[in-house]
Design a binder for this molecule. Structure first.
Ligand code: PMP
Length: 337
């Protein structure tokens, strides 16, 4: 038995029980290991879906160029699909993203333009603006627009949600998801709520992002916006893909807690996960008093730890930010002391 190309291996990722990092939690916690997708992240699902839908609606034509503002994972999914389907890719990203992510996109033959992080989305230098300008200038191009393109949440409605429902035999009680474009939580969450409206959908947000305040007050508060370190989650605007009606609660996690938990998942569970997974599990632990024995929680492992080797997995990076815990974290730091 074989697959006809790498894209056919997207999806059907395993659920794995967490045993140590959640030992204080009364519920059973299962991690959905989206790193098992061929591009090592959940974004493979929506990237392929956005391309297929754009082909069907005629926005993306043979030999065309795919343009996107992407922090890496969506770009990886788009670049992989572009190779199989014969498109070119130009991505804009920010100088905050891991070098590993940018290098990986370039490895897949994509052109990557790195833009400054700390400018308004409307600023002509922002990665949103640059990708919009390129779309106008590059002939036969299509901007995927993962924030407002609803094929994103649709992919998770059609795939991630049903997989979780079937794998838990309908017993899931809580879904915990880091929220960026909102595609994962809105799509998977909507499917699960349709099957059982009692399932609680918890979004993980970061300090410096607008989601939590907007959900709780309906107010878009610019004071909530400031630079943060956590990658992949939080926004300074409201993407179309965030369906606030399916999200019951947003929990904010600090950069430090997200970074330290990212390391712990790897060291205690052997699951090599990225920064937003650390945030999601740290957020879940903050909410542990709302969980009881018999609850079945699914947390999404969005992407792979390799993309953060130069960041939270690096002791010097942690020390520079004052994130290092008192205890010795590696053999290296024991030798240093
Ligand atoms: N984690 C990581 C590492 C991501 O790249 C993203 C996408 N920005 C998310 C979480 C959030 O997923 P979504 O965009 O579906 O809300």
């Amino acid at each position: 038995m074989w697959y006809n190309n790498i894209l056919e291996t997207i999806g059907n990722t395993p659920l794995v029980k967490l045993n140590k990092v959640t030992s204080d939690v009364k519920a059973t916690v299962l991690a959905k290991i989206e790193t098992r997708n061929p591009g090592n992240s959940i974004k493979d699902r929506m990237a392929l879906k956005m391309i297929e839908d754009a082909e069907e609606s005629g926005f993306l034509k043979p030999g065309g160029t795919i343009i996107e503002g992407t922090s890496g994972n969506t770009g990886m999914g788009l670049a992989m699909a572009a190779i199989i389907k014969g498109y070119k890719c130009i991505f804009t990203t920010t100088d905050k993203q891991s070098k590993e992510k940018v290098d990986a996109l370039r490895a897949f033959g994509a052109e990557v333009i790195v833009c400054p992080t700390n400018v308004e989305p409307e600023d002509p230098r922002s990665y949103y603006s640059v990708s919009s300008r390129l779309q106008k200038e590059v002939p036969n191009s299509w901007k995927a627009n993962q924030y407002d393109n609803l094929s994103n949440s649709k992919a998770n409605y059609e795939q991630t949600g049903p997989e979780i429902w079937e794998q838990t035999e309908g017993k899931i009680t809580h879904l915990v998801v880091g929220v960026g474009t909102g595609g994962t939580i809105s799509g998977a969450g909507r499917y699960l709520k349709e099957r059982n409206p009692d399932i609680k959908i918890w979004g993980i947000d970061t300090y410096g992002s607008v989601f939590k305040k907007y959900k709780e007050t309906g107010e878009f508060d610019k004071d909530e916006i400031y630079p943060y370190i956590t990658e992949g989650i939080g926004e300074d605007f409201l993407p179309e893909n965030v369906d606030f009606s399916v999200i019951d609660h947003f929990e904010k996690v600090t950069d430090k807690d997200a970074a330290l938990m990212t390391r712990e998942i790897t060291r205690k569970e052997g699951i090599f996960a990225g920064n937003s997974t650390g945030a999601a599990i740290a957020g879940l632990l903050q909410m542990k008093d709302h969980l009881k024995a018999g609850d079945l929680v699914v947390v999404i492992v969005h992407d792979h730890g390799t993309r953060y080797l130069g960041k939270m997995f690096n002791d010097d990076w942690l020390k520079e930010r004052g994130f290092m815990k008192d205890e010795k974290l590696t053999a290296g730091s024991i030798l240093d002391s």
